[in-house]
Design a binder for this molecule. Structure first.
Ligand code: GLU
Length: 500
């Protein structure tokens, strides 16, 4: 296990990964994939998976987003071993900050946002790499502190930022477990980057790169697994580690998730939040399977993976570098697979809340509900579609009378057809109201009426039952509906055609 060397000096220790979301937005597919890969890598190695809420950006962090993240992760079944919230650890960072200032590696910057924006724009206009090489890096510490204290005693606040003094022209490299050796020149990192910003009088709030380094160290994180969008933060974090004399964890940057046209994944392509997927009726099993394949080459033509199976098989070194394409058809197909694999009882349990949401209740008649769900199980793609597909079992459907007309039939033909069906069905005893009997007696009717085209009898009937253009066949439906509901629906159709 050579990858353990840099952290533990070759000594085998516990693998500890962390998922570190900022609660500044809803929890999306990208975050879920990062959480899953961290979870799997920890579990495959018998290690610990840590959840750390990075909420030091007090203006943008919201409790409702944290709630959304936690609920989503729980729903996916990625149980964490330890939980931390950065905002509850603020006193832990000062010591490290002071050390950097004491060692002359960090300094106070008093530039206004306007100044920084202007400097940035000018550099871009002059086609230079934007970089804030701050003049305040030269200001003696006691002068900076005097300025700070003065501001505190005057109005309470100076817009100060503590920045890291970026070294010039230094090569910073790390071995990424997915990408191999990655190097950055310190001149390309945007200059003196921020570590902390003034919060209340005299207090500094740690910012992203700095808080991550301190926490990864204190939490003994062995492997930092995160999205590719963080790759340019890594050299900054390594610089902080080096200057604080902290060990460097291993890094693995996961490939971007792309839309099928290889553009950036956006809402348009289905990049909705994990909770939205739940609302639509995707199963957590499906999402786990789908997310695992977003960048990980499972090999050997295997397609179906449960969380348990993944804990045995997942291999971080088989994650690809290139973007992983998000394919919603594949997601639907997988969901259909997992829906078909559920036992009927389990499916009923999972679908019920969706039906209730749509105002569809079968009362105490659980057997009726089971039959309805069993009918749809082979073709259902999302639990949320169940209501619209089966509404006719719960109430007399509403539809336009024209829908009852098959091909060149006239209204009067549809009326006659429905009447024939009704008469024929009325003759069948409630107890014999099963698919075979229904089929044989109705097909006999069709023959008797010399109807070569069975649609003339069956289309108006099926439509009367369902009000839908497409549905399962009328015999299966009538068997479930039973005699009373079937006749009710035919009469409602006749009424629509002004025949009663
Ligand atoms: N808090 C960061 C984010 O939500 C992730 C930090 C990290 O993984 O290093 O993007």
């Amino acid at each position: 296990m050579s990858f353990l060397k840099s952290f533990f000096g070759g000594k085998q220790e516990e693998i500890r990964t962390r998922f570190a979301p900022s609660p500044t937005g809803l929890f999306h597919i990208g975050g879920a994939r990062t959480a899953l890969f961290n979870f799997l890598f920890a579990k495959v190695n018998g290690g610990k998976f840590i959840l750390r809420i990075e909420d030091t950006d007090l203006e943008r962090s919201r409790p409702e987003y944290e709630k959304d993240i936690l609920e989503s992760i729980k729903w996916l079944g990625l149980n964490w071993d330890e939980f931390y919230r950065q905002s509850e650890r603020l006193n832990l960072y000062n010591g490290y900050l002071n050390k950097l200032i004491d060692d002359g590696k960090a300094f106070y910057c008093f530039h206004s946002k306007e100044f920084l924006d202007k400097e940035y724009k000018e550099q871009v206009a002059a086609k230079k790499n934007p970089a804030h090489i701050c003049e305040f890096r030269k200001l003696p510490r006691k002068d900076a502190e005097r300025r700070l204290n003065k501001a505190v005693s005057n109005s309470g606040q100076e817009n100060a930022i503590i920045r890291f003094k970026i070294p010039f022209d230094e090569e910073i490299c790390f071995d990424d477990l997915i990408r191999g050796k990655v190097c950055f020149n310190s001149n390309t990192l945007g200059g003196d980057f921020s570590l902390a910003k003034a919060a209340s009088a005299g207090n500094f709030l740690p910012l992203y790169n700095f808080a991550v380094v301190v926490d990864d160290y204190l939490m003994k994180i062995s492997h930092v697994i995160r999205g590719e969008e963080h790759i340019s933060n890594t050299p900054k974090q390594i610089l902080i580690q080096k200057n604080l004399d902290l060990p460097m964890p291993e890094y693995a940057h996961l490939p971007l998730i792309l839309a099928p046209d290889r553009s950036k994944l956006s809402k348009r392509h289905g990049a909705t939040s994990v909770m939205d997927y739940r609302e639509m009726g995707y199963l957590p099993e499906t999402l786990i399977n789908f997310l695992a394949l977003l960048g990980w080459n499972a090999g050997a033509n295997e397609e179906f993976f449960s969380l348990k199976g993944l804990i045995k098989k997942f291999d971080l070194t088989k994650v690809q570098k290139s973007g992983a394409v998000f394919n919603i058809e594949k997601l639907d197909w997988l969901n259909g697979h997992y829906i078909r694999n559920l036992s009927l009882d389990e499916l009923v349990k999972r679908i019920n809340p969706f039906l209730e949401r749509d105002g569809l209740r079968a009362g105490d008649d659980i057997e009726y509900l089971k039959k309805i769900i069993a009918l749809e199980q082979p073709r259902l793609k999302k639990l949320g579609e169940m209501g619209e597909r089966t509404v006719y079992f719960f109430k007399i459907p509403s539809y336009k009378p024209e829908l009852l007309i098959w091909r060149d039939m006239l209204f009067k033909d549809a009326i006659a057809s429905l009447k024939i069906s009704r008469e024929s069905l009325l003759k069948i005893n409630e107890l014999d109201f099963n698919r075979e009997n229904l089929e044989s007696s109705l097909l006999k009717e069709a023959e008797r009426a010399k109807n070569k085209d069975k649609g003339r009898l069956l289309w108006p009937l099926r439509t009367a039952l369902t009000g839908l253009e497409a549905s399962p066949g009328p015999f299966e439906i009538m068997e479930i509906l039973g005699k009373k509901r079937t006749i009710e629906r035919i009469e409602a159709a006749l009424k629509k055609l002004n025949a009663i």
